[in-house]
Design a protein around this ligand. Structure first.
Ligand SMILES: [Zn+2]
Length: 250
């Protein structure tokens, strides 16, 4: 399985790796990668992969299968269906503007999920991050305008409080014992998963209880102030007792 470097350090925008194998005529699997594969409501990273002899491909999609598949399109001087050879060293470079935007939106989504659960008992049922907006679905009858205004104010407060964001791995038994099941929904994970990656949004002072702890394999910013100003742009009903909230970041 490809080593998932983005799980440890989400601040890296370029890296070297070895091509483990090619798949059909448009994909490579690397031994290690910082390219995030689509999942958990966060889109795949884009960018480029280049070889030491100067050939370059555009990374147009990344998907997790048996290893992480990087879908390539030929750049300048590269023939159709030509791929970097298995065993060769390549440099990967992420489209950082796109990735960083996903990190900001994804971290904002954690804040919003925790806030909706704390204040409205509304559990998140789905979420989708894009580069310029995000949506979150939750179990709630209907949000009124004054509630949406309150949500927006609270989100901006949490951003301004510059809360630290950390991630670490817990073994499953410990996670099930220590974490709030409603937030982490560990029971939904297959039994085969024995190690859980926890993303924690801290309190405002050392020693405070964290604001949120969730099982998540996405990429996040390291402090809520990186999120920037939040605007709640709307709501719509997703059927009985389900609401969709849309928000944008400055
Ligand atoms: Zn996350």
């Amino acid at each position: 399985m490809t080593e998932q470097l983005y799980l440890e350090d989400s601040t890296v925008d370029a890296f070297e790796a070895t091509v483990e194998r090619t798949v059909s005529d448009d994909r490579v699997v690397l031994d290690r990668t910082h390219f995030y594969p689509e999942g958990g409501g966060q889109p795949a990273d884009h960018g480029t992969i280049s070889t030491e002899d100067g050939r370059e491909w555009r990374v147009v999609d990344v998907q997790k299968h048996d290893g992480i598949h990087h879908y390539l399109e030929p750049g300048d001087g590269v023939a159709d269906e030509e791929l970097p050879a298995a065993g060769s060293t390549v440099t990967g470079e992420l489209d950082w503007e796109r990735r960083y935007s996903h990190m900001r939106y994804h971290t904002a989504q954690h804040l919003l999920s925790a806030l909706l659960l704390n204040e409205y008992d509304a559990e998140t049922t789905g979420n989708q991050v894009r580069a310029h907006k995000a949506t979150l679905d939750c179990a709630y009858e209907r949000f009124h305008d004054d509630e949406l205004e309150h949500v927006e104010d609270r989100m901006n407060e949490l951003v301004e409080q510059a809360r630290p964001v950390d991630w670490y791995v817990l073994d499953r038994d410990t996670a099930e014992e220590e974490l709030d099941p409603e937030r982490t929904r560990l029971s939904l994970l297959p039994d085969s998963i024995t190690e859980i990656r926890i993303v924690e949004i801290g309190g405002t002072d050392d020693g405070d209880e964290p604001f949120d702890r969730t099982a998540c394999a996405g990429t996040h910013v390291e402090n809520t102030e990186e999120i920037g100003e939040v605007t709640v742009t709307g709501r719509e009903t997703k059927g009985s007792d389900e609401e969709r909230i849309t928000f944008e970041l400055d």
